[in-house]
Write a protein that binds this ligand. Structure first.
Ligand SMILES: [Zn+2]
Ligand SMILES: [Zn+2]
Length: 322
């Protein structure tokens, strides 16, 4: 009983930042000189990413809205402004979506991109139905099942498995959830979307890797929903199983979607990454990192918030083979 109440203890403080989050506003020059051989990543907070790889530019799970909810005035609210206005995005070759949850698939952002740019959208199976409902021409999107591939310029994007769920407006699991593997002539990357720990990371690494960069969720976890989301230690383990070179922890720092304090995911990631001796980066929100990166990681988040470690609140996903 004691153990159960400790496990579900909800921190009263620290689930949102007390002070303004120190973000960086990307400059147009950050996105220039993208050519074959280049790999640059700009984390925009949570799971929104600008990835420049071998001369192409992709925007993953773009969310600019103030709240991630079906209501405009209720629901998890941003800790910080989006680092740059949608009008200042570089030219994007494709927008890539992992699944249709509100914190990854944002109606207002999608509508802006559809109406004010020429960009096309690459989606997991079924997500296009939202585009149809929102009045976006179906020539603007393509849908794919797990292990199907599409080529954009010189980059092959493959839909890879994830262990999660989907749905909005009360409908659940009618559309596919996915991760994405990207392979160009010289560089490669993996975008994890949302996922619990699962048994397919090694296979993804074998079929689509090794990856110069992995972007894997590390926040919004709880042992009670460990079949939907992974913990920070599992995120590091997934990077290793994928045969990743540099690891970027995502899905933290922007919204309060779980019960842990807001800095706990990155603190636990660092402990696990140091222990496993992997190469990882902790950029500021809005900061562009060119890979490989030899800069020292900086701690830009407060270090005076008490967090719970893996020993006290372990995340263990059920039904794993190994
Ligand atoms: Zn999700
Ligand atoms: Zn999510």
């Amino acid at each position: 009983m004691l153990k159960a109440s400790a496990k579900f203890a909800i921190p009263q403080k620290g689930r949102r930042p007390q002070k303004a989050v120190n973000i960086i506003r990307p400059q147009a020059s950050d996105f220039l000189e993208n050519k074959e051989g280049e790999l640059r990543v700009t984390w925009l907070g949570h799971s929104s990413i600008i990835l420049q790889i071998d001369g192409s530019t992709f925007l993953f799970d773009p969310v600019w809205s103030e709240r991630v909810s079906f209501l405009k005035r209720i629901g998890p609210k941003r800790f910080h402004e989006p680092p740059l206005p949608l009008t200042e995005l570089p030219k994007i070759d494709a927008v890539v979506i992992s699944h249709d949850h509100y914190d990854h698939f944002d109606h207002d952002t999608i509508l802006f991109l559809a109406n004010h740019t020429e960009v096309n959208f690459i989606l997991p199976l079924g997500v296009g139905a939202h585009f149809d409902r929102w009045g976006i021409n179906n020539s603007r999107y393509q849908e794919f099942d797990w292990w199907e591939s599409v080529k954009v310029n010189s980059i092959t994007l493959t839909v890879t498995p994830a262990r999660h769920s989907s749905g909005r407006n009360g409908k659940t699991d009618k559309t596919l959830w996915a991760s994405w593997s990207l392979k160009g002539p010289q560089r490669s990357a993996f975008f994890g979307g949302d996922s619990a720990m699962h048994d397919d990371f090694e296979e993804i690494g074998e079929r689509c890797g090794p990856f110069d960069l992995t972007m894997i969720e590390c926040g919004a976890y709880n042992d009670a929903w460990s079949f939907f989301h992974m913990g920070p230690e599992q995120s590091v383990e997934a990077h290793i199983q994928l045969s990743g070179q540099t690891y970027l922890p995502i899905h933290w720092g922007t919204f309060d979607l779980a019960l842990h304090v807001w800095t706990e995911p990155i603190e636990r990631v660092i402990v696990a990454a140091e222990e496993k001796k992997i190469d990882y980066i902790t950029p500021k929100i809005g900061q562009t990192t060119r890979l490989p990166c030899s800069d020292e990681n900086q701690q830009w988040w407060p270090n005076d918030i008490q967090w719970s470690d893996a020993e006290h609140t372990p995340i263990t996903s059920p039904n794993l083979k190994s």
